[in-house]
Design a protein around this ligand. Sequence first.
Ligand SMILES: *Cc1c(COP(=O)(O)O)cnc(C)c1O
Length: 421
Amino acid sequence: MDHFEIRNGVMHAEDVSLEALAERVGTPFYCYSSATIERHYKVFAEAVAGLGDGDPLVAFAVKANPNLSVLATLAKLGAGADVVSGGELARALAAGVPANRIVFSGVGKQPHEMAAGIEAGILQFNVESEAEIAMLAEVAAAHDARVDIAIRVNPAVEPGTHAKISTGGQDSKFGIPIERAHAAFVMAAGHASLNPVGVAAHIGSQLTDLSPIESCIVRLGALADGLRAAGHPVTRIDVGGGLGVPYRADQPAPPLPSAYAAMVARATRGWSARLLFEPGRMIVGNAGVLVSTVILVKAGTTKTFVVADAGMNDLLRPSLYGAWHDIRTLRPRADRMVATVVGPVCESGDTFADDRDIESVTTGDRIAFMTAGAYAATMASTYNSRPLVPEVMVSGDRWAVVSERNQPAAMLALDTRAPWL
Ligand SMILES: *Cc1c(COP(=O)(O)O)cnc(C)c1O
């Protein structure tokens, strides 16, 4: 469900025409619908309300979309944040997420990032290795602090998603192998500066089947039971994120938050622990589009190429993961063409869609890459010296540029000429 609809023959984001926005800000640009973000957050938060002991924490995975206005929209609704770097921590705090609703995840937190989290007073660190336990213990001790931690385990569950977004399998770099998690918890409890309070897992992203998540949760429960039997209180269990979103109108939609919550309720029945959730894609995926203008249509030997002004540097998912984004015209039309939609970047991987049946387009037509709210603008680069594109947020009939287009001169100004040149 999203708020990108055709009205009077033109695609709108809520009450704002994307054609009108394109005239004002130029293309390419990302556009986010705050109503969609709000709706998805509320649907998720309401679905999991009442699960576990006390208030569940819904910590938005900032890496999915770290835009300050996106985070502020969620902070206003009471969301927490799951951060994986000092930069994301700073953004979450700047957006108004209370420190006691922030979880710090990540396989390679550096001492200065740990220090920033401790100084801010975040809820907990999810630690991912024995080496990290020792490192965090030292940083916390130097701050005279005692910090809450959860042991992030690698539950050895294959989530059945794309290899590049799978994090729960045995060969993944993430988490402490589940068979060593009990010992790691005990090791952490031996440090005066650490207060192990929970266990955590996150097995992957764009999951379309609930059963791997359920197996993971069952394993977390067994681990918690074992720890409690050994006298260690486990008061928080973090089940991660991972719920998928529909990318293709012609394919079955992933499970709804209500189905996910019913599964979690079943798998956690009788647990006495606060539950933490880390949804990212599910909240923002369908809340964004990338609007682009067709530069030209080019006849190849065997293919017809639609060359858009957006490239792989703006939206990396198709070339990184072979990901599918529906491509629609801002002014729908009945006639169709089969085209390979590419960007202007000098890489053959700069391809959004191969031999796809799309509405017919020609020079100057505007198109939207749908479902571009998650893992999209945040992965942009300036490859080919292309400026980062702006992000626009819409709320009803209001809109605002919430991240500026950077300018070629400003990009060039970051470089300096070595003194001998
Ligand atoms: C990426 C990530 C998430 C969010 O995953 P989604 O698939 O976007 O829900 C949650 N937790 C951790 C630790 C992550 O790395």
